[in-house]
Every structure is written in C-alpha cells, then in structure tokens.
Design a protein around this ligand. Structure first.
Ligand code: SF4
Length: 380
C-alpha cells in the first residue's frame, strides 16, 4: 500500500497510522510532528523544537512520504506586491500559486490551484482552453502554501487562502476540503476557516453536498451572468446544471449557512454589464442575501483557431475586454436596486508576469510541458 503523505494528514490519522504499525505515538506527539512540518514548514524531524521520541520520529519517517514540488520560478510584481510561483510536481506537471499582500501590513493571502488545467472551458479563461491534465493532491496544495510562505519575514504571515487558481475546486472536492482542513488546523496552516474561500463555476451536486456538510469556509459561486443563454455561452457547465438549478442550490446554501452567499461576477465589457443583467439577477435570486464580488477580467489573447473551433465571430460575446469606467459606474448604479453589498476585487499582478497564467504561458512558450493559462483567479 502507498505510504500517505505527511503534509495531508490530520493528527488523528497520524496516530492511527503509528498505532496500526505497533508504535505507541500519542496525539500530542502527532501534533508536534505536524506543527513542525506544516506550521513551521520544516522537513527534518531531527530539528524539532519539542522533539518526539526517536521511535516515533523514525516511524513517521518510515511510514509517510514528504516529497514537495520544486519552485521553478517566482515572479514578483513590484507595483502591487503580488508574487506568483510556478511549481513542478514530482511527476513533472506544473501548477501555480500566487501570494497576495493584504491591506494589513505583513499579512498575505494565497491563491491556490486545485487542478492542473481545467475541464470547465469557461470562455474567458485560457486554462479552460487546455483541458484537464489531472487533479492536484491535498499534499501538493498544502506544499504550495508552504512554498508561498518560504520567503516571508519573522513578523509576516499568510492569514487567508482562496481556491481560485487553476482548476474547478469542487471537481476535486475531497482533496480540496482535506487541504482546507489542514490549512485551518492549529497544527497546520493556522488560517482561520472563515478566511478560506473555495470557488466554483456552478457544480450543483457538490454545492448541495457542501451545504449539507456545514463547513465554515466561504463558498464563492461564479455567476457572471443571470441570463441563461448568455451564461451557457460563457460557462458551458450551465448546459449540465441550468441556471434555475444553480439558483436553487444557492438558496439551499443560504438556508443551511444562514449567511450571505458570495457570488463572483467577472466584468466583461459590453457583455454582462447591462440593465438586462440586473433585472435577470433580481428575478433569479431576489430575496437571497448575497455578497456580489465584481472582478475585472484579465484579457487573454484570442487565437483564430480556437475562435473558429468555438464558433466565435468578431462580434461574439465571448470575445471580451474590460468594461470602461463609465460602463462600470452604470452597472454599479444599476446593481444598487438589489440592496446587496458589492465588493470590487482587485485583479492584481499584471505588471511583471504575476498576473494569472503568465508564468505558465512563458514556460509553455519556452517549450516545456503544455501548461494551463490564466484562470478565474482574478485575485481578491
Ligand atoms: S475560469 Fe476557473 S472553472 Fe472556468 S475554465 Fe478557468 S479555471 Fe476552470
């Protein structure tokens, strides 16, 4: 049987593993081991500040694996402090993590990828063009947090995480939820659960499962349009779970969490900013307490081959740009009638290859493994 990865274990699972192999490890020892590798980001168990017995240490080393991805490249945007890391997994697949400075000095959030590539094929996202390579395992996502934390100073820390990088997090449900548990554990990432967000393009069964399981993380539903036909063109997943079903799942989520449901809306100039969208949103989700996150689209280059494959002409609504300031102001004005809080999210890191997918795109241009491009991680 394959050895479990240390970074993805809970203290209870580690004790269970030790006991199953006849090693009398205690919960306190398991917590110390995991705090050393995850909270402190260390690898060598011999350097533990509060050591465990030699028997337990040797058993942990023998019974678990601690292979971590390699950092291939770091790109920091000096204008806004965003830093994007390109990581290579043990099997050679590459994925990204972005470290985002928060308003409070010395505090950061991380934007995590959940898959290599993505199967959702959202029209405004280059990751979706490339299809799904594979899911990331929980230990790879935890390791990407550790890599993003590596160069922080003693008074700096990561206090938030968003699963909004490459991939559809709820298509990798179990591993993403396992990662969130490790990130929020006192012996793990020590990130408050309410500061962990998980996004979805609208996988209705998984949203309903999430609602029933009662997690404390925040689920963000990417809506982007409240008009069924338009949303189907922007997010093909709408074909599988129609807008009405998604709206019912959002209502269910509110009913179980008793909290506002966060919906993300990537602002596509001339496409989803009209009065018709406001009316449709009112009709679809009026009365459901929402938090609306407006996000600037990161324009991507269109290629003629892909446009023709997707049947996109020059005036096709899936060719997109950012809204003009006047258009955005009108949209914001229109949304006021909903009486819901609206948050504008900054899409950062665009000055020096730290915008979504740019590192990957460069790597691809250099001739390495095909890589995912920009995702919906239009960063908070
Ligand atoms: S926007 Fe997100 S869900 Fe859609 S294709 Fe891109 S990575 Fe996948």
């Amino acid at each position: 049987m394959a050895r479990p990865h240390l970074l993805a274990l809970s203290p209870e699972e580690l004790v269970e593993l030790l006991v199953a192999h006849g090693v009398p490890g205690t919960p306190a020892e398991a917590r110390r081991v995991l705090a050393h590798v995850v909270s402190d980001g260390q690898r060598d168990l011999r350097t533990m500040k509060r050591p465990v017995s030699r028997g337990v240490r040797q058993a942990v080393e023998a019974l678990t694996v601690d292979e971590r991805p390699t950092v291939l490249e770091r790109a920091r945007d000096d204008a806004d402090g965003f830093e994007k890391l390109l990581l290579r997994a043990v099997d050679g697949e590459t994925f990204e993590v972005v470290r985002i400075p928060l308003h409070r000095r010395g505090r950061f959030s991380v934007c995590l990828s959940s898959q290599v590539g993505c199967a959702m094929r959202c029209a405004f996202c280059a990751t979706g063009r490339l299809g799904l390579q594979r899911n990331l395992a929980a230990h790879e996502m935890v390791a990407s947090l550790l890599a993003a934390r590596e160069q922080l100073g003693p008074s700096e820390r990561v206090s938030g995480a968003v699963f909004m990088g490459q991939g559809e997090p709820l298509a990798n449900y179990d591993e993403v939820l396992r990662t969130a548990r490790v990130l929020s554990h006192p012996c793990g990432g020590r990130i408050d659960a309410k500061n962990i967000s998980i996004s979805t393009a609208g996988l209705v069964p998984q949203i309903l499962r999430y609602a029933e399981e009662g997690h404390r993380y925040r689920l963000i539903v990417s809506l982007h349009s409240a008009i069924a036909d338009k949303r189907r063109r922007l997010l093909p997943v709408t074909g599988q779970w129609p807008l009405e079903e998604l709206a019912a799942a959002i209502r269910r989520l509110h009913a179980t969490t008793r909290d506002r449901v966060t919906v993300a809306w990537v602002v596509l100039g001339g496409i989803n900013t009209g009065a018709d969208e406001v009316q449709a949103l009112q009709a679809l989700l009026g009365g459901v307490p929402l938090r609306i996150n407006l996000i600037d689209v990161n324009p991507i280059d269109h290629d003629a081959g892909m446009d023709s494959q997707l049947g996109r002409g020059a005036n096709d609504p899936t060719r997109f740009t950012r809204a003009t300031p006047a258009e955005l102001a009108r949209f914001l004005d229109g949304l006021q009638v909903l009486g819901q809080p609206i948050v504008r999210r900054y899409s950062g890191g665009q000055h020096r290859d730290a915008a979504c997918g740019m590192l990957a795109s460069r790597q691809q241009a250099a001739g390495s493994t095909p890589l995912p491009g920009p995702s919906d991680a239009q960063l908070p």
